[in-house]
Design a binder for this molecule. Structure first.
Ligand code: PNS
Length: 160
């Protein structure tokens, strides 16, 4: 069984993330979405709601593929979590060339730390390529409408 880890802050999960989850779940037997416990800035959604909203988004929008998706929190190094899971792959999304430099550095660093864990990139779907959690966070913070940028599970929480 091939297991992959998709790590991130997911504060909140966007439609771009969900697209990557769907496509990665079509490739790997099991995809663990790893939610980093401490995002750098104060979170829009607390950890438990970030996790729950990803679970709900997967079960509401990914159909049968949702069975391959697990969501768990982690603290510390991504490669250590990958090893604990027995995951041979780290999944990341690339939206634009601007993502490439930092993602390349992270992939090389992770491979140095854990040579048996490889990073696989998915190109984020074009219609979601402009999206970022930090923009969603800013818009939501000012009471703006983010319902076309995030799964319904997140929109419900932000409007509730
Ligand atoms: O959603 P993000 O903020 O783009 O995700 C970044 C993340 C969580 C993948 C990265 O910060 C990370 O892996 N953090 C865990 C600590 C770690 O392993 N650092 C070394 C990475 S080279």
């Amino acid at each position: 069984m091939t297991t992959a880890l998709y790590p991130g802050s997911f504060d909140p999960i966007t439609l771009g993330h969900l697209d990557v989850i769907e496509r990665a779940a079509g490739v790997f037997d099991k995809l663990v979405v790893g939610v980093l416990v401490n995002p750098r800035k104060s979170p829009l959604l607390p950890l438990d709601e970030r996790i729950e909203s990803i679970r709900e988004a997967a079960s509401e929008q990914l159909g049968d593929l949702a069975r391959r998706v697990e969501v768990a929190s982690f603290d510390g190094l991504t490669v250590d979590f990958a090893r604990r899971l027995g995951a041979g792959f780290i999944v990341r999304g690339l939206r634009a060339v601007s993502d490439f430099e930092s993602e390349l550095q992270m992939a090389h660093t992770n491979r140095k730390l854990a040579p048996n864990v490889d990073t696989i990139f998915f190109m984020t779907a074009l219609e979601h390529a402009y999206l970022s959690s930090s923009l969603v966070k800013e818009i939501a913070g000012f009471g703006g409408d983010v319902s076309r940028m995030v799964p319904e599970s997140v929109a419900r929480r932000l409007s509730g």
